[in-house]
Design a protein around this ligand. Sequence first.
Ligand code: ADP
Length: 484
Amino acid sequence: MTKPSFKVCFVISEAEPLIKVGGLGDVGGTLPAALTALPQEMTDGRDVDVRVVIPYHDILKERQIPVKWVCNFRIPYDNGLFQDVYVSQAEGMDVPIYLIDGDPVRGKGVYSTDPIVDAYKYVFFSTAAVELFKHIDWVPDVLHAHDWHAGASVMKMKQMRSYYQPYHNVKMLYTIHNLPYAGGNFPAVLEKYGIEQAFAEEIPQDKRGCPMSLGLTATDMISTVSETYAKEILTDEFGNGFQYFLQKHSEKVTGIVNGIMPHQWNPATDRVLYENYDVNSLEKKLVNKRMLQREAGLPQNDDVPLIIMIGRLDYQKGFDLAFAALRKVLGKNWQALILGSGNPAIQNDCLALAAAYQDRVRAEIRYDAAFSRKMYAGSDLLLMPSRYEPCGIAQMIAMLYGCVPIAHATGGLKDTIIDPLESKDYTGFLFDEAKPEACADALSRALDAYADRDKWITLQKRCMVQDFTWEKSAKKYYDLYKSL
Ligand code: ADP
């Protein structure tokens, strides 16, 4: 007799290929597929049936992605009133992805600069996601909610499972991808949807209405996206006011590092590269370097190490640290190419650096997935000085493309990069303190290492064969679900 499948529902704001703003979209798109692909010997002979619920963001409608209608229903709102929910399913996906639509979702960006707009959008979305199971003849064994956007779904489920029999056995996992982004503190919005605040005494007063607080306090288990970040969030430095609650419930907190999909990040098959290469044809990486230098308007020179930075221009990412560090190693030979968009002040800093060092720095202010791939392929070093980094995927992509990371030893960076001080099989260069001096020191070590060509090629090859596949992590998630 076949065993019943194990049912998991992701509630998340992004899932690529439909929608990706940051690393969250990678997880929403790839982890469900990795879970369903787990061999049965890893899942006690059971199929894993993962479904994903995301908002039907306006941009998806504008792009006219193919969808089919699933159901309409109403949710209670504002003491006796109702709001309409319209649910579709995206077609052609690896796993079912439900799209939640309704007034609070319409006419909005994926995220707003106005926190109250986002509060209405995501509390509506979270409420509707939990109500959805009443209408599709499918109730998950585990509700797996992600980040503040889905925090209210955890509290809503906790409330409903206490009185609504079909939800009695639903367990919950809440994954923190970025703790400081807790969502706005709007108790009045929660009240309209009949959702309780987080009344745990260790949660600061001014955070009790934040969706992140609802997720943390109502869930059965908490995970973060790397083992190191799971420890860091218990500290005053990284806990963002949640550390007291998290310390008290530390037995509920665990870390599982993100993976990436190897077929999506393979220089041997990546169609946008100037020339494909693999670990046995590394000389062709040089073709990519020359073409990248030309496209970026940098002097074409094989021997100068080309450093790249790619990411959201946010204080978290430490671009300011990197720029100060680069200024400290001007005596060394290097070029830098920056790609990013976000905070206007940081954009100006990028452009100012490029203007000051026109012979060796270029900055591209935009989001450009294709160009980012050419950068990973055509460069020698990735600089990632994030002040904190729950997991990070840029460093993993870089390694697979033979681009060696230099990074702050925090969160997932620490868990995925090995420094020469840790092992002779090192894969990058880490620095302990988020300070320009420490970053400059790691930069210097990397630039010196680059000078020894044979050793460098061995290092690049070691990076390229690292195993960052999802399978190990997907198995850990499955075991965690089961433990619930
Ligand atoms: P975060 O999720 O905090 O933004 P991650 O390192 O987890 O950081 O994920 C960032 C992803 O987004 C990487 O795949 C990176 O290449 C990509 N990315 C970030 N900024 C840009 C950009 N301006 N253009 C193209 N890709 C970008």
